[in-house]
Write a protein that binds this ligand. Structure first.
Ligand code: NDP
Length: 327
């Protein structure tokens, strides 16, 4: 038997509960992991509350991230006792996830826990931090360098945003943060933001073209925010777009792309190929100040995860939430 949060959807409605499951509930997979920690990402919030169509099979164990120790392995790449990290691959959506004492996964989805991080630090990063790094790598791939000018990060006090601000500032970029929470201004400045702008300035319909300001941008919000960001990009600026916290629509014009040569780079962490995953974790080990992880994250027990998932969607959670599976 093992403890798990389980989401059900039936005639009685959509609900998540913490309960004991028999090992026979574990899915197919060649590696069984004893999970020590998981996290709560925006997507987990949508899954647990049912506010977004994230879960596509029921019953489902949510939790798109996990870290733990291999308990059983039929994979040539992992042996019993190895420390591993998992993010994405539809886990917590179509394959039971990390908010449980045990998970069974495909070995090819796993990444060895980087030596630079403890299990808790790896989960302080999790999908959100990993995605932030993929966004930074997308800006670099398209030629953005610190000398070109300011880089904007939206949704900055959230999980992706707070790691993005930290990494970009350590890399020498001048980072401007956008947040709807003025009370997080000091926090964002401590992470490395040079200035914090009110998100209200980005929430109205965008002009096709606005005053040029940003050499690069990382957007987690979508909708009018992404449209405003694109219209404010400098000539040949680059926007990495990864989120929809403000909406899935994109009410923009082509003007920034055809008049200023702006690049819109889409970032997906879920199906990201394994070599790029390992590269991103190595970059996090090098370019993220691990001491910032404590500022960015807080730890809760598995029994608190359902309640905190609701707060996350209300935008009340700062940075990252680590879930200790054993409490
Ligand atoms: P969080 O909830 O931790 O952070 C989101 C932040 O967005 C909030 O803290 C808030 O920042 C801002 N925000 C929330 N609602 C609104 C709104 N209506 N308008 C403007 N800003 C808003 O989520 P994550 O950081 O984990 O994820 C952010 C987004 O990125 C989500 O949409 C998520 O689905 C997506 N994502 C995508 C991935 C991918 O692979 N493409 C992977 C990971 C995440 P503040 O309070 O500072 O204003």
């Amino acid at each position: 038997m093992y403890k798990a949060i389980v989401i059900e959807k039936d005639d009685a409605g959509y609900r998540a509960e913490l309960r004991q499951q028999d090992d026979s509930a574990l899915p197919e997979g060649d590696v069984t992991v004893r999970v020590s920690h998981s996290t709560l990402n925006y997507k987990d919030g949508l899954a647990i509350t049912g506010k977004g169509p994230v879960v596509r099979r029921f019953p489902m164990v949510p939790g798109i991230d996990l870290v733990g120790t291999v308990e059983h392995s039929e994979s040539a790449d992992y042996k019993v006792g190895d420390a591993v990290v998992h993010t994405g691959w539809g886990v917590g959506e179509v394959h039971p996830g990390g908010l449980a004492e045990k998970a069974r996964l495909k070995g090819e989805w796993l990444v060895p826990l980087p030596a630079a991080f403890t299990p808790t630090q790896a989960m302080a990063i999790g999908t959100a931090g990993f995605t932030a790094m993929l966004c930074v790598m997308a800006l670099e791939r398209h030629g953005v360098t610190p000398d070109q000018g300011e880089v904007l990060v939206t949704g900055a006090a959230g999980g992706v945003g707070s790691v993005a601000v930290s990494v970009l500032s350590k890399l020498g970029y001048t980072v401007v943060a956008v947040s709807g929470r003025p009370e997080e201004t000091d926090f964002l400045k401590e992470l490395g933001a040079s200035e914090v702008l009110d998100r209200a300035a980005f929430s109205q319909p965008a002009k096709p073209i606005a005053k040029e300001r940003w050499a690069g941008a990382i957007d987690v919000v979508g909708s009018h925010t992404l449209a405003n960001v694109c219209s404010q990009m400098k000539y040949r600026g680059v926007v990495a777009a990864c989120g929809l916290a403000g909406g899935m629509d994109f009410p923009a014009t082509v003007a920034p792309f055809i008049l200023r040569g702006v690049t819109l780079a889409g970032v997906d962490s879920v199906m990201c190929p394994r070599d790029e995953r390992i590269a991103a974790w190595n970059r996090l080990a090098r370019d993220l100040d691990a001491s910032k992880l404590e500022m960015i994250s807080r730890e809760i027990g598995l029994s608190e995860a359902i309640a905190v998932a609701g707060q996350l969607l209300e935008g009340k959670v700062r940075g990252r939430v680590i879930v200790d599976i054993n409490r």
